[in-house]
Design a protein around this ligand. Structure first.
Ligand SMILES: NC(=O)c1ccc[n+]([C@@H]2O[C@H](COP(=O)([O-])OP(=O)(O)OC[C@H]3O[C@@H](n4cnc5c(N)ncnc54)[C@H](OP(=O)(O)O)[C@@H]3O)[C@@H](O)[C@H]2O)c1
Length: 247
């Protein structure tokens, strides 16, 4: 599939990686980009670049009515980019006082993304198959205990992505899992380097659509971790096990 002339929906388009997706898609000649955010006003700078091709849309991926409204308006989509996500809990799974943030992470990262895949599957089919990009995390492969509930939500999202890939193969929909390490956005502002740029994440993800690649590890950190996981998953688990919540 080519990006030129594609019709694309990007969730969380006002965020660090989402905004870079919109810019990269615009530069690559996408015909229309539905830039989605919970707050429309947060998209004004992005849309100002080209209001003809960048269409702002209000979308909360945990709200079925909001998703249905997007489905009604975006019948021409052939590339769905599920980028929206949250990291809320830094206190592990046992030390954390309650499960509120863990539930919200699962609600947005897993159920929200799943709801979007379900809502747009038939649209993608009608438009020739197309592709879905799910923005996961290297933590989908192995958890960091401090952000254990986020890691679990991304692991669930990876498993779901593999299932959606299998279910949509017959209709010709490519389903891509993108698993970066630390990305230089608001979400990781308190994290130490190295950080891959959000522009590099967007570029590698779109290249995967063109090249037909199913798993993408953008940046050196994620590439190295992916190789270590293949080499010795247990050793990576033990290494990450040192990153406990502070008490
Ligand atoms: N930054 C990293 O180190 C890193 C690493 C690996 C993977 N990721 C993943 O990359 C994706 C993008 O994150 P980012 O780094 O760009 O962080 P970000 O700047 O905080 O962006 C997150 C985006 O998700 C949106 N969002 C949250 N809940 C939503 C909901 N219920 N409905 C619709 N949109 C919602 C946010 O919108 P609001 O402005 O309305 O909150 C925001 O646009 C996430 O899935 C994240 O897990 C990030």
């Amino acid at each position: 599939m080519q990006i030129e002339n594609a019709v694309v929906l990007v969730t969380g388009a006002n965020g660090g990686i989402g905004a870079e997706f919109v810019t990269a898609l615009h530069q690559a000649g996408a015909a229309r980009i539905y830039a989605c955010a919970r707050k429309l006003e947060s998209l004004s700078r992005l849309v100002a670049a080209d209001p003809e091709r960048i269409v702002p849309l209000s979308l909360d991926i945990t709200d079925q009515l909001s998703i249905q409204a997007a489905v009604s308006q975006c019948q021409d989509v052939n590339l769905l980019i599920n980028n929206a996500g949250v990291l809320l809990n830094y206190q592990g799974c046992i030390a954390v006082p309650n499960l509120d943030d863990a539930r919200t992470e699962m609600e947005i990262n897993y159920f929200g993304t799943l709801a979007m895949c379900r809502a747009f599957a038939s649209i993608l089919k009608a438009n020739g198959g197309g592709a879905i990009i799910n923005i996961l995390s290297i933590l989908a492969r192995v958890p960091i205990p401090m952000t254990g509930s986020y890691s679990a939500s991304k692991a669930a999202e990876l498993s779901m992505t593999q299932t959606v890939r299998a279910e949509l193969a017959a209709q010709g929909t490519q389903v891509i899992a993108v698993m970066p390490g630390t990305v230089d956005t608001d979400m990781a502002k308190d994290y130490p380097p190295p950080k891959v740029s959000p522009a590099e994440v967007a570029k590698a993800s779109l290249q995967a659509v063109i090249d037909g690649i199913e798993e993408v590890y953008p940046g050196e950190q994620a590439t190295q971790m992916a190789a270590q996981i293949v080499d010795n998953l247990k050793a990576v688990e033990k290494q990450f096990a040192q990153m406990l919540p502070s008490t």
